[in-house]
Each structure stands twice: as C-alpha cells, then as structure tokens.
Design a protein around this ligand. Structure first.
Ligand SMILES: [Zn+2]
Length: 313
C-alpha cells in the first residue's frame, strides 16, 4: 500500500502547482511589494511542478516492483540487466513508464527549442535594426538605435558582445513623445533589463508554455513573471530617476504601444502599465516578512519532491 503513497503525494503536489497555486499567486497583492521574491517563488513553482509531474508518473510505473521508489528503480534496472526488456513490469505500468519517458523528453526538448527560436528571432531583428536604424548617441555608445516609425515604442534586444551586443531601440514616435528626462528614465529601465539578463529569467517560462500550453497555471506563470520583471526593472530605474518621471514615460509609451516589440525583445508596452504607473506613484510598503516567507516557501517547494521520495526510502 505504501508503494503508492509517493506517486499519490507527487500527483497532488503537481496538481496543486499546475492549477490552484498559480491562480492564488497571480491574484495576490504582496508580489507588487516584493517582486524579486515573487519571481523566485514562481521559479520554484515551475521547477517543482515539472519535477513532481514526472516523479509521479515514474514512481507510479515502477511501484509494483518494490515497496520504495529507490528499491523499485534498482529492481527495474536489475531486471533490464538480466535481459528482461520489460524490466519486470506488466503492460499497464510499462505504458505508464513510456509515457513518463516521453513527457521527460518533451519537457527537456522544449528548453533548447525555445532558446534556439528566441535566439533566431533576436538575431533576425538585430540584423534588420542594423540595416534600417540610425545610432542614438544619448544611449550608451553602440547600444541606442532609432527606428523611423510614428508609433511610440521602446524595447531592448539582449545580447553579449560583438554583433550580438545588446541594443535599446527607440522609435521616432517615442523620441517625439518623451522629454529628455523621460527618455533617460526609459533608458534606465531598459538597461536594468539588460544588466540583470531578464531575458534569461523569462526563457524557462517560455519553454514551459510551449511544452504545456494547455495548463492554465503555466500560462499564468508566464504572464505574471513578465509583469514582475517589469516591476523589478522599474525599481532599478528609479535609482537613477524619479518615480514620477518614469511613470509619466510609461503612461505615454504604454498607452500608445499595443505590442510593438518583436519576439525575443523586452519591451515597454501596455502589459500591466496602469498597475506599474500606480505602483510608481503610490509605492507599496516593502515587507520583510513577505519577502522571507516567499524565499522559505520557494526552498520548501523545491525540496518537497525529494523529501517525499526520501521519506519512503
Ligand atoms: Zn521593461
């Protein structure tokens, strides 16, 4: 009987992390007070959700072989070593194991595919920008580019060195909409994205959505993480400007730009812009207790699948 406790617990954990917990986290108020801690918690939710899902399928498939997951795994490998291609599993459990292996390959493959697609889209756009833009000397040398377009848009293309160096792109519409202080504020926001490599933070969530698009919790994670990254960049930008100046710039650009940035870019657009403007003008009180609780919960979530398996060792 206890053979099935681990898969049952892992199934419950995976179900909670792919459904109700993202819904609760998405509606919570405290992440706007502590966006960095909320980002860490979202990462733990995504990681543990995936590990629990796979762990549930694998431990369920191997359950008939022994009374603990580890002994079952050893028994399965021993059976394979003796030439039993089924590993000693009945057809139902063998199908479950094949299903678990397929999900593993699917999830593991989503990450490199997403990285490749994002890198390709970014490279194409960077080449295009190189052809049709002109330098904007007010930005960091080599980083600022101006595109002739009436729609006010600002976005950055992350990168490292050489031809793939990071770029901040302003449209002429943005340059004519914003005054010098607002342009500096937006530039500080984009530099925050580039300096903290927010493109790398969002990549696992893009992969997660492409691998499991039918789970609402996965889609919630992606949109919440995108909004939280904007708040983190706002918080860093206001160290170099005033919150009112950045709020004014966001209001002008966010209301004028439905979604002008290409795939692979991080943009100032309409995503949660009203919420961000309100947050800048009426900064919420920081909360040490929420922050520490979020970090502790994230650590507990990551440890949960391992502890579940070890507890029945
Ligand atoms: Zn941004």
């Amino acid at each position: 009987m206890r053979t099935f406790i681990v898969p049952l617990l892992l199934t419950l954990l995976a179900g909670a992390l792919l459904g109700p917990i993202p819904s609760i986290l998405e509606r919570a108020e405290w992440p706007r007070r502590e966006p960095r801690a909320a980002l860490v918690l979202w990462q733990a939710v995504g990681l543990t959700g995936g590990v629990s899902l796979l762990g549930a399928a694998i431990t369920m498939a191997l359950a008939p072989l022994a009374d603990s997951p580890w002994r079952a795994l050893i028994a399965y490998l021993d059976n394979l070593a003796t030439g039993d291609l089924t590993g000693g599993l009945q057809p139902t459990h063998l199908v479950l194991l094949i299903l678990a292996a397929s999900i593993t390959v699917w999830l593991a493959g989503a990450m490199p595919v997403t990285i490749w697609r994002t890198w390709q889209a970014r490279r194409r756009h960077r080449d295009l920008v190189g052809l049709v833009s002109r330098p904007w000397p007010a930005a960091r040398p080599g980083h600022g580019h101006v595109l002739e377009h009436p729609v006010a848009a600002v976005y950055c293309l992350p990168g490292r060195v050489g031809r793939g160096a990071p770029r901040v792109i302003f449209t002429t519409g943005a340059l004519s909409s914003l005054d010098d202080d607002e342009l500096a504020a937006v530039l500080a926001h984009e530099h925050a994205h580039l300096a903290e490599r927010h493109d790398l933070v969002v990549l696992p969530f893009l992969a997660w959505v492409s691998a499991l698009p039918w789970f609402p919790g996965v889609r919630r994670a992606r949109s919440s993480v995108a909004t939280l990254l904007e708040m983190v960049a706002d918080d860093r930008a206001v160290l170099r400007t005033t919150p009112a100046t950045l709020a004014s710039a966001l209001a002008r650009i966010g209301s004028a730009t439905p979604s002008a940035a290409p795939a692979g870019a991080l943009a100032v657009d309409g995503r949660g812009v009203l919420e961000r403007v309100r947050r800048l003008l009426e900064p919420p009180r920081r909360s040490r207790s929420w922050r520490l609780s979020a970090y502790a919960l994230a650590a507990a979530l990551v440890a949960a699948p391992v502890a579940t398996v070890l507890s029945i060792f």
